[in-house]
Design a protein around this ligand. Structure first.
Ligand code: C5P
Length: 234
């Protein structure tokens, strides 16, 4: 699986999303896209099928977290949507991750890639200790969750690009790192805190970068996407 740029379709309607994707109609490289909770809940599963039919690979970012049986059954439904990648929270335990993988696997043995969220990048050491009663260092918690996900048979984790190298060191080079928090060197940071450029994310070893506003809010989104690909994929 080669490196790729995943464009976060953080829009609240089908119209806005399709108008954005129309700009890429003439492009040779169809962007790999991420559909998150906002768009999925604003619309319905047909938005996934419609974008897939336009030829895009899809990362369905719904971050499942429930009892193992419920997650297994929900994953079976999601695998029917023919997405390329989906995810869950590693905090749901190893049993939940194993059940998810079982549910996601189609009768013919194929399945989308399954990625675990470790600790959200919005969670600080302080909040983790006070609210979750987890007192270990944050990076140790992230590595432990990544090891649990690898042990359960998952394909990788969502993490900060700054953690990608360490995750590979802990779980192997083939274990995927999907990393948001990417900004151009001359761009706005917005509400992201720990950011890197596409080139730096490549250097550290991210397998996929997830890029939202630097592309969706750019004056020329196609040019911004091309720049991301040029810096990250080469
Ligand atoms: O606009 P921006 O590039 O910050 O978008 C990043 C995308 O990645 C958003 O869809 C955001 O929800 C998602 N994400 C993130 N940090 C995480 C997990 C997901 O920014 N830890």
């Amino acid at each position: 699986m080669g490196k790729d740029v995943i464009v976060a379709l953080d829009f609240d309607s089908r119209e806005k999303t399709l108008a954005f994707l129309d700009r890429f109609a003439g492009e040779e490289r169809k962007p790999f896209v991420k559909i998150g909770m906002e768009l999925y809940y604003a619309e319905d599963p047909s938005i996934v099928r419609e974008i897939k039919a336009r030829g895009h690979k899809i990362f369905l970012d719904l971050k499942l977290h429930d009892i193992p049986n419920t997650v297994k059954k929900a994953m079976a439904v999601l695998s029917g949507l023919d997405v390329d990648m989906t995810n869950l929270h590693a905090a749901g335990t190893r049993a939940m991750m194993e059940a998810a993988l079982e549910g996601l696997t189609r009768p013919d043995g194929t399945r989308p890639l399954l990625i675990a969220v470790t600790q959200l990048t919005s969670t600080s050491q302080e909040r983790m200790e006070a609210d979750l009663l987890i007192e270990k260092p944050l990076d140790q918690v992230v590595m432990h969750y990544a090891q649990c996900a690898a042990g359960a048979g998952l394909d990788g984790v969502v993490c900060s690009p700054l953690e990608a190298g360490k995750v590979h060191g802990t779980c192997g080079e083939k274990f995927l790192t999907v990393t948001p928090g990417v900004r151009f060197a001359d761009g706005d940071v917005g509400d992201q805190v720990r950011v890197t450029t596409p080139a730096k994310a490549k250097e550290i070893g991210s397998d996929y970068i997830v890029v939202g506003r630097p592309i969706t809010q750019a004056a020329d989104p196609v040019a911004a996407y091309r720049r991301c690909v040029a810096e990250f994929v080469g």
